[in-house]
Design a binder for this molecule. Structure first.
Ligand code: MV4
Length: 498
């Protein structure tokens, strides 16, 4: 029996895991860094312990300290959340050896899927379609060019130890090969301590689809359908949905069964995700496996009515899956918007500070998973995701309408957020008709960015600005020859923001 869970994470996911613990009558134990002394996850957990200084290396990434603390406070289990140590096979092995229950897959499965060529080889041998290319690293430029000729340009070089887009290079012809090979190798070496790269055919304008799977420690496997994750920028997802508008019943049947085969191939247990690229002809190819709970798990929870985090805990305890495949149905549609503290007008750089206003919203179909509250600090040290707004509806259209309504009510002041971007995306034809792909934001949104994206202030304050600007119209010191009332209004807005 698991009675005490140490949550080796922070922010909204730590908060989410605390809720699952509470429902299961399990004591939640938070860890926190100096920067997070006042954080929401610390206040909401049953117990909380300072783990170290603010930099992640000294706190949320400090393997030894976390395990030492877990032992000291008699935790039966560790939930790693996502990011940080969640896919660190070395850490997982240390937890396994300490006798503490790891709420996630085995270190073996994680290690196996972490090596990209090994994962591709394993998938190929288990009838999971992979992108055409090599299942071994390539060591010389001559060898690489020969293979490129066989598959045909354009191709991609990818890091064997990689993931998430680092060490990746697109190549269109032989002339580009040498430089790209050297850049990809040195980038891989720097990012992962391993310079090995391999080749894949480059898939143009694909969609990014992933399948949620769950498996127990008794060899039972189920899937929880797919998620659509193509709306992203620089490998950071912005909007996710379930189900995908591009997947019909026949593809769904194939991609979900393929995902179960993939999970079985690495003897997987607990929650995992199989990532695919879906090309223009609706062929899908295995990309990689995420051996952890994902940020976007709530959209799957909303369309299935199933609590993935609670099931993770029960699986770790050794229980059989609590639900059968046939009992799972897609009910309606769900969308998630990731709210980041970032400044659109300043190259999306993180916006740090104190939350001075946090006006939540609710209503039919709305769920907000958040790591902040009023007066929370948004530190520079970690990922700046503040909250996830999730909207469920009977149809995709209804979920979009509810999302727009919720976003118009949800207010965060003190830091700038990316919320104006959602309002733009949710009104685009490509988004509404489903023709968007992974390049949608880079191609359609980024050219618009030089415009002012700052959100309007609450209506009352906007009215004050208008009146004050009108009153000052005749005061020369507020207007020089080049300024107009729009600029003066913006100045007042900036002042009121601070
Ligand atoms: C690709 C690809 C096109 N062709 N592989 C990016 C992150 C890494 N996990 C895999 N990625 C890609 N691999 C081939 N053969 C395009 C991407 C890609 C991408 C994939 C999923 C979601 C967003 C993406 C953004 C840019 C590139």
């Amino acid at each position: 029996m698991i009675k005490r869970i140490l949550i080796a994470n922070r922010g909204e996911i730590a908060h989410r895991i605390i809720k699952a613990c509470r429902e299961l009558n399990i004591t939640s134990i938070a860890i926190y860094s100096e920067a997070d002394k006042n954080a929401l996850h610390v206040r909401r957990a049953d117990e909380a312990y300072l783990i170290g200084n603010s930099p992640a290396n000294e706190s949320y990434l400090n393997k030894e300290k976390i395990i030492e603390l877990a032992k000291k406070v008699n935790a039966d289990a560790i939930h790693p959340g996502y990011g940080f140590l969640s896919e660190n096979s070395e850490f997982i092995e240390m937890v396994e050896n300490s006798g503490i229950n790891f709420i996630g897959p085995s270190s073996k499965s994680v290690k196996l899927m972490g090596g990209k060529t090994d994962a591709r080889d394993l998938m190929m041998k288990n009838n999971v379609p992979i992108v055409p290319g090599t299942t071994e690293p390539i060591y010389t430029i001559e060898e690489g060019k020969k293979i490129a000729k066989e598959i045909g340009y354009p191709i991609m070089l990818k890091a064997v130890a990689g993931g998430g887009g680092k060490g990746m290079r697109k190549i269109y012809n032989d002339d580009e090969f040498e430089t790209a090979f050297q850049l990809a190798s040195s980038e891989s070496k720097k990012a992962f301590g391993n310079s090995s790269v391999y080749i894949e055919k480059y898939i143009e304008n694909p969609k990014h689809i992933e399948v949620q799977i769950l498996a127990d420690k008794h060899g039972n496997y189920i899937h929880l359908f797919e998620r659509e994750c193509s709306v992203q920028r620089r490998h950071q997802k912005v909007i996710e949905e379930a189900p995908s508008i591009s997947i019909d019943e026949s593809i769904r049947e194939r991609i979900t069964q393929t995902s179960i085969q993939a999970a079985k191939a690495c003897n997987y247990f607990n929650a995992g995700t199989i990532e695919f690229l879906l090309d223009k002809n609706k062929n899908f190819y295995f990309l990689e496996m995420n051996t952890r709970l994902q940020v976007e798990h709530p959209v799957t929870e909303m369309i299935t009515g199933f609590d993935i985090v609670k099931e993770q805990i029960k699986i770790a305890e050794g229980n059989k899956l609590s639900i059968k495949q046939d009992d799972l149905k897609i009910n309606g549609h769900a969308i998630e918007c990731r709210v980041y503290a970032e400044d659109i007008d300043n190259n999306f750089s993180p916006s740090i500070g104190k939350i001075t206003l946090h006006r939540l919203t609710s209503g039919p179909g709305i769920r907000i998973d958040r790591g902040i509250d009023i007066s929370s600090d948004v530190p520079i040290y970690y990922d700046p995701m503040l909250a996830k707004v999730i909207a469920w509806g009977r149809t995709r259209e209804e979920s979009i309408e509810r999302m727009k309504r919720a976003l118009s009510e949800y207010q965060i002041c003190g830091v700038t957020t990316n919320m104006p971007v959602f309002k733009w995306i949710l009104n685009q034809d490509e988004f509404l008709d489903g023709s968007f792909d992974i390049n949608f934001l880079e191609q359609k949104l980024m050219p618009l960015i030089p415009n002012k994206w700052r959100e309007n202030l609450p209506e009352e304050l906007e009215n004050v600005i208008t009146v004050v600007t009108a009153l000052l119209k005749n005061e020369k010191k507020y207007f020089n020859s080049s300024s107009n009332s729009k600029e003066v209004k913006n100045k007042w807005r900036d002042l009121l923001y601070e």
